[in-house]
Design a protein around this ligand. Structure first.
Ligand SMILES: *Cc1c(COP(=O)(O)O)cnc(C)c1O
Length: 414
């Protein structure tokens, strides 16, 4: 039995019947209700917790008795969110963090030391790439490899490789990597596989079931689902959370605010139906876009034309996810950019923002926003041209979204 500073392991769970379904866990897993009998989960806005006497306080600080002590490393509302997300991901435990990037930072601070080596997809979130590059200052070296070529991951392995890091599907090309194959490569030499599950969430894809050791989340996206808060989490074994991540959290302090945890906790209740509904709209929009003469190419894992369609369907529960990209025609890069901007600027419903994971559909031009700091050559290598538009589909009626895009497409000569 691990000792968990800040009190985690021994705090009571909701007593659910064994074997209830994930949909039930999404609305019921957490801590038992307080004596007040609230039906909606309580929001504990308190920085510290009081003890009945000095001896009990001493026992709790020493980790000999489980209790909440201080909200930097343990809070009932945060614990509820952690339990619920762990239940959905199928991991033993979870630790909430202040943001998705704080989750990646916690992972690196907890698992790596000078001399260690990491293999990471070159298609992961831009700030994640930056953070891995920054860790070179502390003697952690990272090799960036292809999202889809498993052979490159295998070839990049070194005796010092401790961590493989993937994100699937990628943004904005929706490229899919084979989680089970990467887990095999990692475990063959005792390394760990971490997967950023932001784009599919456990509603569609559960990396743990495919062999991943750690699941990273930006709760800012689909877990909240309505664009309200910044949040993050790492899901892992109880041993990793209690013995590796909680001690780092205790001293480094990238803690998730109870309020933000509460918003995410309530978001998890509707996660599955949102992901199904938004993914269905995205697939319909992708099919429609494929038929538009002004559109050169559409990227969505649910389309049979997607290069990893079969893998995506097997790995994501038969669902392509809510994010798609498309490329508008243009004789050269300048024309393509003008056409992409025309489509974006003609929308009256879609929000022009690089964020995603919202019930409100968002539209963005990756080449000048999320990938704007790359050189044109780097963008070409990454396959992100000036004609590309990314849409993260929300819950509006799909006919209204089609009309919103058709308005701008109609201005492009076919
Ligand atoms: C947004 C995002 C992050 C970072 O999350 P924040 O909550 O913004 O810190 C990490 N990974 C992916 C895939 C993201 O989309």
């Amino acid at each position: 039995m691990s000792r968990a500073p800040g009190g985690r392991a021994g705090i009571p769970r909701v007593a659910l019947p064994a074997g209830v379904h994930r949909d039930t866990l999404a609305v019921r897993e957490g801590l038992p209700r307080t004596p007040w009998g609230e039906n909606s989960e309580a929001l504990f806005l308190t920085s510290s917790f009081v003890h009945p006497d000095a001896a009990t306080a001493a026992a709790r600080f020493a980790g000999d008795e489980e209790a909440f002590v201080y909200s930097r490393f343990g809070n009932p509302t945060v614990a509820m969110m952690e339990r619920r997300l762990a239940a959905l991901e199928g991991t033993e435990a979870c630790i909430g963090t202040a943001s998705g990037m704080a989750a990646v930072l916690l992972l690196l601070l907890g698992l790596l030391r000078a001399g260690d080596h990491v293999v990471c997809s070159r298609s992961v979130f831009g700030s994640t790439i930056r953070l891995f590059q920054d860790f070179a200052r502390f003697g952690v070296e990272t090799t960036f490899v292809s999202q889809t070529d498993v052979g490159q991951w295998r070839a990049a392995m070194k005796p010092a490789t401790k961590l493989l890091f993937a994100e699937t599907p990628s943004n904005p090309l929706t490229e899919v990597c084979d989680i089970a194959a990467l887990a095999g490569i990692a475990h063959a030499q005792g390394a760990l596989l971490a997967v950023d599950n932001c784009f599919c969430t456990p509603a569609l894809q559960r990396p743990r079931e495919l062999g991943a050791d750690l699941v990273v989340h930006s709760g800012t996206k689909y877990l909240d689902g309505q664009g309200r808060v910044v949040a993050g989490a790492v899901c892992a074994s109880e041993a990793l959370v209690a013995e590796v991540f909680v001690p780092v959290m205790r001293s480094a302090g990238m803690a998730l605010s109870p309020f933000n945890a509460w918003v995410v906790l309530k978001g998890l209740e509707t996660l599955s139906i949102r992901m199904q509904a938004q993914s269905a709209r995205a697939l319909e929009l992708a099919r429609w876009l494929q038929q538009q003469p002004q559109v050169e190419r559409v990227y969505h894992p649910g389309l049979p034309s997607h290069p990893q369609h079969a893998l995506a369907m097997a790995q994501q529960g038969g669902v392509g996810g809510p994010v798609l990209s498309f490329v508008v025609r243009g004789d050269d890069a300048a024309a393509a950019r003008r056409h992409a901007f025309a489509v974006i600027d003609a929308t009256r419903i879609c929000s022009i923002t690089a964020n995603l994971g919202d019930t409100k559909t968002t539209i963005t031009h990756p080449a000048s926003t999320s990938h704007g700091r790359l050189t044109e050559a780097q963008r070409q290598a990454a396959g992100i041209g000036q004609g590309m538009v990314r849409v993260a589909v929300g819950l509006e009626h799909v006919d209204d979204l089609k009309a919103d895009l058709a308005r701008g497409l109609a201005t492009i000569g076919a």
